[in-house]
Design a protein around this ligand. Structure first.
Ligand code: ATP
Ligand code: MG
Length: 331
């Protein structure tokens, strides 16, 4: 079986990206049922909103090094950069011509992100899910581990694949989402009813994996909570405290129920201190590893190998797709 997933280099990856996505990749890579694993850097997705070219380049390399620092094993996982495999764009176009505008306009992420655009909304922001479908279908991925926010895009991917298969005959594997029960929807630290996003203009909303450890402590200590003073899980009435409980639970592997018991007589300050300690303990070794490998030849070696392997698979698939659709000349 094959699993595949990607992250956009649209900022520094956050604790939410780690808990909702990367941590699962690291767990799943040890599952022997997966004999093929592809993890990519979705740079073409990042340009659906404005990017500074120098920062983008830096973020691409940084994400590659972070994947490794978080524990992805390059002997088990093929890591590559999306734009280095042109078949993604090719199939992305074909899937734009397979989906309908109405379907894309219904996507919650499009609706959310378009509100935040100042200088106009790119066409790519709307059609982004077609490219994401291409990323997945190009490799016949069986499983796609992501956070909850990508569930809708995965459903669209399945619809597009089924539509294509019906019209042209069996071509694509229909992928299954893999969304973990906890950690798949980490919230903003300052507006805990909104998801934590690395492209949030306010850096206090998120914890970046590369934030200075003292900054991380400060961000957690100033996370928005409520005035009740009691620690228990209630997403509706206590979204801030519930979010911190989720974060602590995901990091320590202690259930939320057990955490509620442990903190039932504690105040918010003590609780936040413990959350901060746990996050710092988790991120400190990741940052150390990151700094060791960022400028080593390992990162480029891994990306070269990943590109070559992904291109091999993707080119085979795109040739099949073109043939089925009557595009180009028969091969
Ligand atoms: P952007 O704001 O640029 O969209 P992002 O933080 O949403 O950035 P993505 O690159 O879009 O990050 O997504 C990378 C992975 O992280 C995806 O699997 C996504 O589902 C997951 N993810 C994103 N936000 C969260 C969140 N708040 N909680 C859990 N997982 C998340
Ligand atoms: Mg996102």
């Amino acid at each position: 079986m094959r699993f595949l997933s990607g992250i956009q280099p649209s900022g520094n990856i956050t604790l939410a990206n780690y808990l909702g996505a990367v941590q699962n990749f690291v767990k799943l890579q040890d599952d022997p049922k997966f004999n093929d694993i592809l993890i990519f850097i979705a740079d073409l997705h990042a340009i659906t909103v404005p990017q500074d070219k120098t920062v983008l380049r830096k973020n691409i390399k940084s994400l590659a090094a972070l994947y490794l620092a978080c524990g992805l094993d390059p002997n088990r996982v093929h890591i590559f950069i999306q734009s280095e495999v042109p078949a993604h764009t090719q199939l992305g176009w074909i899937l734009q011509c397979t989906g309908y505008i109405g379907e894309l306009e219904r996507m919650t992420q499009y609706k959310d992100k378009k509100e935040k655009q100042i200088g106009g909304i790119t066409v790519g922001l709307l059609t982004y899910p077609s490219l994401m479908a291409a990323d997945i279908l190009l490799y016949d991925a069986d499983i796609v581990p992501t956070g909850k926010d990508q569930k809708q895009h995965l459903e669209l991917t399945r619809d597009l694949a089924e539509r294509f298969n019906t019209k042209y005959g069996d071509t694509f594997v229909i992928p299954e989402p893999y969304i973990s029960k906890t950690g798949a929807n980490i919230m903003s630290l300052i507006e805990p009813t909104k998801k934590m996003s690395k492209s949030d203009p306010n850096p206090k909303a998120y914890i970046s994996l590369l934030d200075d450890l003292n900054v991380i402590r400060k961000k957690i200590k100033s996370a928005v909570t409520d005035s009740e003073g009691k620690i228990y899980f209630d997403e509706e009435n206590k979204p801030g405290i519930s979010n911190l409980l989720t974060i602590l639970s995901c990091i320590t592997n202690v259930s939320i129920k057990d955490l509620e018991e442990k903190y039932k007589d504690k105040n918010y300050q003590d609780f936040k201190n413990d959350v901060a300690d746990a996050v710092v303990a988790k991120l400190e070794p990741i940052q150390k590893k990151y700094n060791e490998i960022l400028n080593s030849p390992l990162v480029d070696e891994v990306l070269d190998n990943g590109r070559d392997y992904a291109s091999y698979l993707a080119n085979k698939k795109i040739a099949k797709v073109l043939n089925k659709m009557g595009l180009g000349r028969k091969k």
